[in-house]
Design a protein around this ligand. Structure first.
Ligand code: SF4
Length: 337
């Protein structure tokens, strides 16, 4: 539990030491929502770049709702976890609907319950936006807060219910948004997973876990799966790659890229082996063997700048392009971006 003195100490520390992040200067709920969705699975340093791009491309909910989903995916390009971009687009369209049709007349709702009803919004994001953008007294729970709670109470494996109950009891009713951010900031910058700084912690005196922070919480083993793919890359006679839009479900859904096969396709022996690309997602290692088609080429390809491409596909196309450029005898066209 955090006493009133602890609360004051943590808020005073947050007021003085919080990182200077642009969404913290904004009181626009849409800009705050974009930051929360981006930062769910993207580091702050990278999230800054993508947040700026999203805010500039879609300054309002209406501007995103009017855009095709492909434009949202293009703006999201490189941020990963593209289902977030597709759900964000669905969210914007739902918010723009009239109330009679289940929407919110173009205004992002302010309550936890209404926010939770929107596509792509889970309990964390609903609580974060309700408290930070609308000043509602709702406690957030994310990985940082779970770790701070586990260490302060010296619990190795607190349940989600226990963490939520702790966060609810700790919430500062007058400054709920700042309070949630202060706890998360403590977890992100001081009470970090591997390099905690108890000496610089504003609530050290009352912490039960400070003698051995590494014991709380018990690290969870992550199961990493691996996936082996074969990519067939074709550069058309105009030099652009031949790209296909992936289905709206599954890996890299809705993005564009070369054809992938899980097993070696027939005719592989007629293609040129350019090498291998390795790519790491959070729980998955992907290895792609890249092959280049060099005969019966299409006349026109797809300029890369016009469609959304994943970082993996960028690597695959770059490897094939470099190979084609270094070996001009294998195909007539010169690969372009
Ligand atoms: S004293 Fe150490 S373990 Fe406790 S909350 Fe602060 S940084 Fe975390």
């Amino acid at each position: 539990m955090l006493s009133k003195d602890d609360q004051q100490a943590l808020l005073a520390w947050y007021d003085e030491h919080q990182r200077d992040l642009p969404w913290r200067q904004s009181d626009d709920p849409w800009a705050i929502l974009l930051s929360e969705i981006l930062l769910q699975q993207t580091q702050v340093s990278r999230g800054l770049v993508y947040w700026q791009r999203m805010v500039e491309t879609f300054p309002t909910i209406a501007s995103m709702a009017q855009a095709p989903v492909d434009a949202v995916l293009k703006a999201w390009e490189g941020a990963g976890y593209y289902s977030r971009a597709r759900r964000l687009h669905a969210l914007s369209q739902q918010v723009m609907l009239p109330k009679a049709e289940g929407g919110f007349d173009g205004q992002l709702p302010s309550t936890y319950g209404d926010l939770l009803s929107l596509p792509g919004i889970g309990p964390y994001t609903a609580a974060a936006v309700a408290s930070i953008a609308f000043g509602q007294s709702v406690a957030c729970v994310d990985g940082n807060i779970r770790r701070v709670m586990a260490r302060r109470t010296a619990q190795a494996d607190p349940t989600s219910k226990q963490v939520q109950a702790w966060a609810d009891a700790a919430l500062h009713p007058a400054r709920p948004g700042d309070w949630n951010q202060a706890l998360m900031e403590l977890g992100a910058t001081v009470c970090t997973p591997k390099r905690w700084n108890c000496g610089g912690c504003p609530v050290r005196a009352s912490c039960a876990g400070k003698e051995n922070p590494g014991a709380f919480p018990t690290p969870k083993k992550q199961r990493v799966t691996s996936l082996n793919l074969v990519a067939v890359v074709e550069f058309a006679l105009d030099g652009h790659p031949v790209l296909h839009q992936r289905p709206m479900t599954g890996i890299f859904a809705g993005l564009w890229g070369p054809v992938y096969h899980e097993d070696a396709p027939t005719g592989l022996e007629d293609l040129v082996n350019c090498g291998t690309v390795n790519h790491q997602l959070s729980h998955r290692k992907i290895e792609v063997r890249v092959h280049l088609k060099h005969h019966d080429l299409a006349t026109h390809g797809t300029p890369r700048s016009g469609v959304a491409i994943s970082s993996l596909d960028e690597k695959v196309l770059n490897l094939a392009s470099e190979y084609a450029t270094a070996n001009p005898h294998i195909q007539k066209s010169e690969a372009k971006g």
